[in-house]
Write a protein that binds this ligand. Structure first.
Ligand code: SAM
Length: 277
């Protein structure tokens, strides 16, 4: 771990498993993650979980400004060493990002455009991603390290095993892809699973759509995996079976179709069709 491990040792730092502390120190990987995220000098970047500041520093080398949240105050002395000389570019906020309100967050990072780049603490991966996809002041993109299984779920295609509500909720907001697979031995301490970096580029493909209604439809469609879409919408939302059947027929879809076979476009179209049949 080179210099970083010395800094951690000198400061008597103890890794806290509860905070999902698995640090990255390999400079090639850190630079590649920043390149994958498409960070450039005009960018304001929000990092969640600064850790020992290795990724923070790599981002700061390319970005205009970095705001990094960190929950663990034991990292204060570590970060003051590892981020030395970057005071004008980096601001570390020692707070639980999940307890920071949207207003407070905007007060810190401003209302302008920003990107999220992070090696996320695994225990709050999905809540963090969904928060940034659904909040009013959305980032332009999120480039986040997550467990490989989660990465596959976030980027899955219709009719694949791990396709589900989260995949479709992301697809409503932008395009997600895996930019890099990262084996477990790249982390300190080494976790029990491999990871991957997912990049989500937000767009306004569905800007005019009632996303709340479409998401309700999606959640209901997946409420019982083995049931058909018609049965799920009937039991979860009380939509009469013949109404869903008419809507599906109108869209040229099989009335025995299951929720996992529909793309996000299909759900948007189905939501419209249900309003007219
Ligand atoms: N960015 C560093 C790296 O890549 O080596 C650290 C990544 S580590 C997977 C996740 C970091 O997030 C840890 O330093 C942890 O203390 C911090 N963290 C965990 N929960 C947090 C929260 N709710 N708010 C802010 N930081 C958090």
């Amino acid at each position: 771990m080179g210099d970083i491990s010395k800094v951690l040792r000198d400061n008597n730092f103890r890794f806290n498993k509860q905070f999902g502390q698995n640090f990255i120190t390999d400079s090639n990987l850190l630079q590649a993650m920043v390149a994958d995220a498409g960070v450039s000098e005009d960018d304001t970047v929000l990092e969640i979980g600064a850790g020992a500041g290795t990724l923070t520093r790599a981002i700061a080398e390319k970005a205009g400004k970095v705001y990094a949240f960190e929950i663990d105050r034991n990292l204060i002395p570590v970060l003051s060493e590892t981020l030395k000389g970057l005071d004008d570019k980096v601001e570390v906020i020692f707070k639980d990002v999940m307890k920071v309100s949207d207003e407070e967050l905007d007060g810190i990072i401003g209302k302008g455009s920003y990107k999220v780049v992070a090696n996320l603490p695994y225990y709050i991966t999905t809540p963090i991603i969904m928060r940034f996809l659904e909040r009013e002041n959305k980032p332009r993109s999120l480039s986040v390290m997550v467990q490989k299984e989660v990465a596959e779920r976030l980027t899955s295609k219709a009719d694949c095993g791990d396709y589900g509500v989260i995949t479709l909720s992301i697809a409503l907001e932008g395009k997600a892809k895996i930019t890099r697979e990262v084996p477990r031995y790249m982390f300190t301490p080494q976790p029990n699973v491999d990871s991957a970096v997912v990049r989500i580029d937000l767009d306004d493909t569905y800007a005019g759509v009632d996303k709340k209604a479409v998401k309700k439809l999606i959640k209901s469609a997946f409420s019982m995996r083995r049931k058909t879409l018609v049965n799920n919408l009937s039991s979860a939302m009380g939509i009469p079976k013949d109404k869903t059947e008419s809507a599906l027929s109108k869209l040229g879809m099989d009335t025995r179709i299951r929720g996992e076979a529909l793309t996000v476009d299909d759900y948007v179209a189905l939501n419209d069709a249900l309003g007219t049949v």
